[in-house]
Structure formats: C-alpha cells, structure tokens
Design a protein around this ligand. Structure first.
Ligand code: HEM
Length: 494
C-alpha cells in the first residue's frame, strides 16, 4: 500500500477537519531519533570523564548492535572496526543493546586483559549463554572451581596422551570419513570437518561411537544446542532458536547424566570402553556430578566447533594459494608411512613433529580467519591504560581479530602468507597472536587441535585434489560460518 493512501483525521480548533498522513508520526519519530543519534554519536559516552575513551553510542535502545553484527568476510577487519579505529583510534567506546562497552583493538590492552584474567579482568558471558552452557561450565566459572576444572582438562588432554591415544584416533576417524569420497563427489568441507571433530570428541569425551542410533540422536540434539549457542538471540518463546537450543541442552544433559550414573555403578567408573574423559574425571577428581556433566558438554563444544572451522578455513585459504598447497603436500609426502591393508598411510608421531610448514599454514589460517574474533571481559577494578580510564564493572571487548589485522604487527595483514611464520630457527613466536586467547584461560586444547588439523590435512592432501564446487566464503556474523558449508569437489589422487 502506498504511503499517501494511509490517512487519519484530526479536528482543528475551528472545527475544520485536518487530514494528517499517518506516516507523519513515524517520520517525526525517525527525525528525533536521527537527531539524538547524530548528537550523541560524536560525544563521549560519559561526558564527565575526559579520559573515558571516545566512541559512538548509536541508536536508542539497540546502540550499535546492528552495525556490530552485520556479516562480513572473516578474513577482513570488517567496516565496523575499520571505521571506528580510523576515527577514534584502537581503544573506543560503543553501546550494544543499551550496554556501554569499551572495545580494545589494541594488542597491548588485549594482552593485559588476558594475563590479568581473574585479577583485574574477568570473562563476561551474556546471561542467556550461561543458561545454555550451564552454571558449572568451565567457561563460566572463576577462581578455585575454575582451577579444578581446568586442571582436569590439562591433565586428560595432555601431551603424552596426544602421542599415545589421540593421534591414532584422529587417523582412524579421518580415514573412515574420507573412505566414502569418490571421484567427482561434492562434499561440504565444513560438514566433513564437523563430523571428524565431533566423532573424535564423542569418542574421547564419552566413549561414544558413531553409527549407533543413540549416538546419532545425541548428535542431532547436540547440533541443535550448538546452533543456539552460536547464533541465538536471547528471546525465549516457543519456536525461537534460543528456546529450541535450551530444550536440546536438556536432552544432551540427560544423556550425559545417564552415562555418569551408569558409570558410577561400575568399579573405577572408566566404563566399558576404557579411558575416556568422563570416566577419567569421575575416578581421578573430586568434581561434583553437575560440574562433570557441564564439563563434558563444554569440552564437546570447545573442541569440536573451533577445530572444524579451523580445518575448513585452511582448506579455503589453500584453495586460493596453489603455491602453499603444493609446499604443504610436499611436506606431508616426506613423512608418508607405508600404506596399511586399507591403502591409507597413517601419520606417525615422528612424522607429525616434522610438519613445520603445516604449523605455519595453521597459524596463518587462524590469524586471517579469526575463529574467535573477540571475547568480552569485565574490569574488576578501575584500570588506566594509555591515558584512558576503564571504570570498574565496564565490559571490554578484547578484539583478537584487530590485532591480527594490525599492519604495525603483521605486514600486509590481509594477505594469506604462511611463510611469514617461518624463521631460520623454526616457527615465529609472537605475543600478538591470540587465536587461543591467553593467560590463565589460554585454550588447553590448542596442541590437540593442531594434531587433529595435521592428521586431517595429511589424508586429504596425500589422497585427494579438491576444488570449490560453489562460491562460498567464511563469514563473520560475528561468529564464523560458511553459509553454504564450503562445498568442494574431490578427486582421488593416483
Ligand atoms: C582451532 C581450535 C581451537 C581454537 C581456535 C580454540 C580457541 C579457544 C579460545 C579462544 C578459548 C577461550 C579462552 C578464554 O576464555 O579466554 C578456548 C577455551 C577453551 N578451549 Fe579451545 N580452541 C580450540 C580447540 C580446542 C580443543 C581441541 C579443545 C579440547 C580439549 C579445547 C578446549 C577448550 C577449553 C576446555 C576451554 C576453556 C578454558 C578455560 O576457560 O580455562 N579447545 N579455546
């Protein structure tokens, strides 16, 4: 319906009827909001505080939420950050859904926040996120309880177990998935890497084997839970993504609790399938049932989602860089073992340790792809940094991606250049690289992720060529996703 046809009537003082278009009122409202926006947007959020970082406060109620959430290619800094850094510098203020926040695109401040976790800064998750992760989740807890959970992760996902258990599992699961790939088959690279990392996690966290009906139902519920964790807005009505995800969390927890209770009846709690994380935690720690069950769900999520995106990103970047792909393939050919009875050459531990260029490619893909773009940490005390005041209680967005795109830290930051990580003495070490966060919460699965990635690449590159089957690219929303699942066509190599 055209605007001019929507009319209402009002009676003027002389009794004459004045026709007023209904659109006038919304227009006035828009003008007032625009005025407020323009007026407020160039002023400091806290006028009284000269040292409070400058920034935009955005629209009433929503602030800058929609600009912040607007999707963009994950291998670029995005216009939201670029424009604000240009105008205000690397530390600025924003307002997301009515909450004033400081954004740190400054690697030094980001590092300070990470190393002072639980002293002057503390991770802050949105309330709806806490409900999904569980109040006893390792991601949510702080202090002594967090330390206990973290120790259990570090002890189970240890370096020794990488060699003794995880490498073999990764080899078996990767080759199991690729054994169904035939000439010209189009597969979703994201889907295949998700199956790989989730199957790996299900086996090692809870002794679950894919293919069993209960496991497949669990996978389905877990995916529904994860969708909400990644993409849901905190709107809890029947039918919303958040509501579905909460229900799915309930189903996932029910299965984990049942496994826990069954294991309690077995002496040693290890369960019929030997050494998995739930059994190990039950018999080797004093953690409560609630803590263990949330920990298992958290471990599945923390390991599966991130690592699958890392593998897909690497495939994406390699597809656009034939030179790096060839170099990488040569490296894997050098450590190739004799084929087993099914025709696969498993990656050995000795071979893995020689894969230096693989680590360079992994680093570069994590730097440029930015799986965890940022985390929000709350200031636990007033902090002064580079002349700015961060008042106690203020949430600060630690933008890892901004450090990765900072041209003063990484030359030509938007180009994919795995060679930048090569040095004469090995692989470049830098404290401006935050794919695994840092400080007391540094990802305890970083080394395991590297092993999983290397094994997947080993079998992919030695046995297949692949090319993009349909245009797709990693998109930051701000959580990273491949909208079409990154479809590729695979061709077995001779
Ligand atoms: C490429 C893959 C991975 C990436 C990019 C990644 C990244 C991260 C990041 C950014 C954090 C947040 C730290 C913070 O709150 O400051 C984290 C935490 C965590 N990650 Fe990973 N991760 C990966 C793989 C894994 C794997 C394979 C595991 C399996 C054990 C794992 C387990 C965890 C756990 C348990 C935490 C919570 C740590 C804590 O709060 O103390 N991650 N990871």
């Amino acid at each position: 319906m055209g605007e001019a046809t929507i009319m209402s009537t009002a009676t003027g003082g002389g009794g004459a009827t004045v026709v007023v278009p209904v659109v006038v009122l919304p227009l006035v409202a828009i003008l007032v909001m625009t005025y407020l926006f323009l007026k407020r947007s160039t002023t400091n959020v806290r006028k009284g505080d000269a040292n409070f970082p400058p920034g935009y406060s955005g629209w009433p109620l929503v602030g800058e939420f929609f600009e912040f959430m607007k999707p963009f290619p994950s291998y670029t800094p995005g216009t939201y950050m670029t424009k604000r850094i240009q105008k205000f510098g690397k530390i600025f203020t924003t307002n997301l859904l009515g909450k004033k926040m400081i954004v740190s695109a400054d690697a030094e401040l980001t590092r300070l926040m990470l190393t002072n976790e639980m002293k002057t800064f503390e991770t802050e998750w949105p309330e709806h996120y806490k409900k999904l992760m569980g109040e006893s989740s390792i991601l949510i807890l702080n202090g002594e309880e967090h330390r206990l959970l973290r120790n259990s992760v570090l002890n189970f996902f240890s370096f020794a177990r990488l060699e003794s258990h995880f490498l073999k599992d990764a080899n078996e699961i990767a080759t199991g998935i690729m054994s169904s790939w035939r000439e010209g088959k189009v597969i979703s690279a994201l889907g295949a890497s998700e199956t790989y990392t989730l199957d790996f996690a299900l086996k090692n966290v809870m002794g679950m084997r894919p293919g069993e009906p209960e496991v497949e139902q669990f996978r389905h519920d877990y995916h529904e839970f994860r969708e909400g964790l990644l993409f849901a807005l905190p709107i809890n009505f029947p039918g919303t993504l958040y509501n579905k995800s909460l229900k799915a969390r309930g189903k996932v927890q029910k299965v984990i609790r049942r496994i826990y209770d069954e294991r309690r009846k077995i002496e040693g709690c290890r369960g019929p399938r030997g050494d998995d994380y739930i059994g190990w935690t039950m018999s080797g720690t004093n953690l409560t049932r609630d803590m263990i069950c949330d920990l298992m769900q958290g471990a599945l999520f923390a390991s599966e989602e991130t690592t699958s995106r890392a593998i897909s990103l690497i495939m994406f970047f390699l597809e656009g860089s034939p030179k790096a792909l060839e170099h990488l393939r040569e490296e894997h050919l050098k450590v190739r073992m004799p084929r087993d009875k099914d025709g696969w050459s498993m990656l050995s531990w000795e071979g893995y340790k020689q894969l230096q260029f693989t680590q360079c490619v992994t680093n570069e893909s994590l730097r440029l792809g930015n799986i965890t773009r940022f985390l929000v940490k709350k200031a636990l005390a007033d902090v002064t940094f580079k002349g700015y005041l961060i008042t106690k209680g203020t949430p600060v967005v630690a933008s890892f991606a901004s450090a990765h795109f900072d041209p003063s830290l990484f030359k030509d930051p938007e180009s994919f250049d795995p060679w930048r990580w090569q040095t004469s003495s090995g692989i470049l070490k830098t404290n401006n690289f935050f794919p695994f966060s840092g400080g007391p919460r540094l990802c305890p699965g970083a080394e395991l992720a590297r092993v999983e990635i290397a094994v997947f690449l080993h079998h992919l590159l030695l046995n297949f060529d692949y090319k993009l089957a349909d245009d797709d690219k990693p998109t930051a929303f701000p959580v990273i996703n491949f909208p079409k699942g990154y479809p590729i066509k695979v061709t077995p190599r001779e």
